[in-house]
Design a protein around this ligand. Structure first.
Ligand SMILES: Cc1cc2nc3c(=O)[nH]c(=O)nc-3n(C[C@H](O)[C@H](O)[C@H](O)COP(=O)(O)OP(=O)(O)OC[C@H]3O[C@@H](n4cnc5c(N)ncnc54)[C@H](O)[C@@H]3O)c2cc1C
Length: 566
């Protein structure tokens, strides 16, 4: 069955679950009327279904290759990116002064999720370019903005992020690329970067690299890192791509999936660059890009899960196996369990990503620190849970297909191979969880407790209509509150040892909250039934997760490397 972008699902979530109308009421988003948002989602869905989805298999079967130093992209990807750019989708949230649409991030998040489900490898290029646009809008000087933003926004040029080096992965502060002042406003940037997504292509007139590097004498660690714009072609006086810069793609990585996205080893040899932001302010500037990208990568997980679910559902409706009174395998309780789990998990992860996006929009619209803190708290959950669910749902999709799931021609395995990296890049999910229990609880838990207050208040309000569902959600939130209080009293060793189960328990409880809201909106239909399924069968996982959290670091680090080898 071909992928169909789930527009109705987004409309329901935005209207009934995550309170998007608050964003629409803000002056700065006055153009995002319900009619306008509906039209945007419908138009994006058309592009996903008709243009992007057919490219998903092509990218897997005919990967990007490096030929004589130039990346040749998968057939059709050039036209696909052009269609994305022509539709204005690269610039959906960008400043209208530079040609963007200026729409809320919640709308962009919905569109990006649909596009990830349609063709993850191609969508990644757009996502990186969007992140670069945001970083330049916030940190570049006016001259750089005027030169680069219109081209990136129109889709003529594309953007990359260059952080990773062989010795500097999760520990970005260990990077050693250098930048020396040329004395004319430019810098000579040298170093090797690895794993650079879309480091080159044969369809972008220019590829704009945002590169992290150190100035001479800069302090060690993240404080000594600055950010540079290093284009593949140096723009001439008219702003057109001029002479080739001294950078090159050394090789492409051979990956388990995402073959349509060229993952490049890049070499910069005194390449000409322009500083973005202040000296030593590279991580701050890059964080703008990374925060956007973290939510976006979470959406990549959710979109991939949606596509894997759609395909598994179609297969389960067709495949006949078992007693004659079952029309198809969807009649078997265990297959039904897998499909219901997949659907319920996609709903939960999607609600988290949209709620996070709404919080970012509200922070921008109101300037209220509470919205900023809410968004910051939800971001690692959106990234880690969204991508974990991407992997888990795609894995279940393989299982629903039985042996055919393991055979490449069905495409079920591709979803799993492609989405797996989303739990690794943009900060591994373990690092996301550490961010949550570390920096995001530095406020003494204010943001966490404010969210739990919301969940409990909504459960209270739902108690008379749906007492059993509301009661379970309220109790889960209360247990999470008690464990959060306990966790805040622990040192960082204990917090880090249980960060992953803590993040997941929070996502579980949020899931109960969103499913309850869905059931309140439509108690009798499919949504009410799915909410019952989630709250009865998936929400109880929080009990075991919280027990895991309460174990702290007890015994974990006592297991030595020698014990592990024994
Ligand atoms: C397909 C692909 C595309 C990518 N695209 C880009 C890109 O466009 N630009 C870019 O700059 N990078 C990119 N990356 C790099 C990616 O962001 C890194 O791979 C990722 O940050 C992890 O770094 P690492 O691979 O060095 O793993 P490591 O940092 O070595 O991590 C290995 C394991 O150790 C854990 N770990 C590491 N440090 C800690 C710690 N302090 N505490 C607890 N656990 C820890 C990790 O969670 C992980 O499980 C890409 C990677 C891939 C595979």
């Amino acid at each position: 069955m071909p992928y169909r972008a789930p527009v109705r699902e987004f409309s329901f979530l935005l209207d009934k679950v995550v309170g998007f109308s608050r964003v629409q009421s803000a002056d700065c988003f006055a153009d995002a009327t319900p009619d306008m948002v509906g039209a945007v989602l419908t138009e994006a869905a058309k592009l996903c279904d008709e243009v992007m989805a057919p490219l998903q298999r092509v990218g897997d079967l005919t990967p990007a290759v490096l030929e004589n130093g130039v990346v040749r992209t998968s057939p059709g990807f050039a036209d696909g990116y052009k269609a994305i750019a022509d539709g204005g989708w690269v610039a959906i949230t960008a400043d209208p002064d530079h040609g963007g649409m200026g729409l809320p991030l919640a709308v962009a998040t919905a569109v990006n999720d649909m596009m990830a489900g349609a063709c993850l490898a191609l969508q990644l290029n757009m996502l990186l370019t969007q992140g670069q646009i945001e970083a330049l809008e916030h940190h570049a000087d006016d001259a750089l903005k005027a030169l680069y933003l219109p081209k990136l926004i129109s889709g003529e040029w594309t953007g990359t992020m260059n952080l990773t080096e062989p010795q500097a992965g999760s520990d970005v502060g260990a990077l050693s690329s250098k930048a020396e002042d040329n004395g004319d406003g430019t810098y000579a940037v040298s170093g090797q970067k690895i794993y650079i997504s879309w480091g080159d292509s044969d369809f972008a007139a220019n590829v704009c690299h945002l590169v992290l590097a150190r100035l001479p004498g800069a302090p060690a660690g993240t404080k000594g890192i600055s950010l540079f714009m290093v284009p593949k072609f140096i723009p001439d006086a008219d702003g057109a791509p001029g002479v080739a810069n001294s950078l090159r793609v050394v090789s492409l990585e051979h990956k388990m999936g995402l073959h349509g996205s060229p993952t490049c080893v890049m070499s910069f040899e005194r390449a000409t660059g322009w500083m973005v932001g202040a000296p030593g302010g590279g991580m701050k500037a890059m964080f703008t890009m990374m925060n956007n990208a973290r939510l976006g990568v979470g959406g990549q997980g959710v979109g991939s899960a949606e596509a894997a679910y759609q395909q598994a559902l179609a297969y389960a409706n067709e495949r006949r196996q078992g007693p004659a009174d079952y029309d198809a395998i969807i009649g078997h309780a265990d297959v039904r369990r897998m499909l219901a789990t997949m659907k319920a998990e996609v709903f939960t992860a999607r609600a988290i990503e949209l709620d996070c996006a709404v919080s970012i929009d509200m922070a921008r619209a109101t300037g209220d620190a509470a919205w900023t803190a809410r968004a910051a708290f939800l971001t690692p959950i959106a990234k880690a849970f969204g991508t974990d669910i991407g992997c888990e749902v795609a894995q279940m999709g393989v299982q629903v297909h039985g042996g055919m799931g393991y055979i490449e021609e069905t495409g079920a395995a591709q979803f799993y191979r492609d989405v797996r990296v989303t739990a690794i890049y943009e900060g591994t999910n373990g690092i996301q969880a550490m961010d949550m229990v570390g920096r995001k609880l530095m406020d003494g838990g204010d943001a966490a407790f404010a969210l739990l207050d919301e969940i409990e208040a909504a459960a209270e309000a739902a108690k008379s209509a749906l007492p059993d569902l509301a009661g379970a959600v309220w109790e889960a939130a209360e247990s999470l509150r008690e464990t959060t209080e306990w966790l805040i009293a622990q040192d960082m060793t204990a917090r880090f040892a249980t960060a992953v189960p803590y993040l997941r328990s929070f996502a579980r409880v949020l899931g109960g909250h969103y499913h309850l809201r869905a059931a309140m909106a439509e108690p009798d239909g499919a949504r009410g039934k799915l909410a019952r399924f989630y709250i009865a069968r998936l929400l109880p996982e929080h009990v075991a997760l919280l027990a895991h959290v309460r174990a702290g670091d007890g015994g974990l680090m006592d297991i030595t490397p020698d014990d592990l080898a024994a």
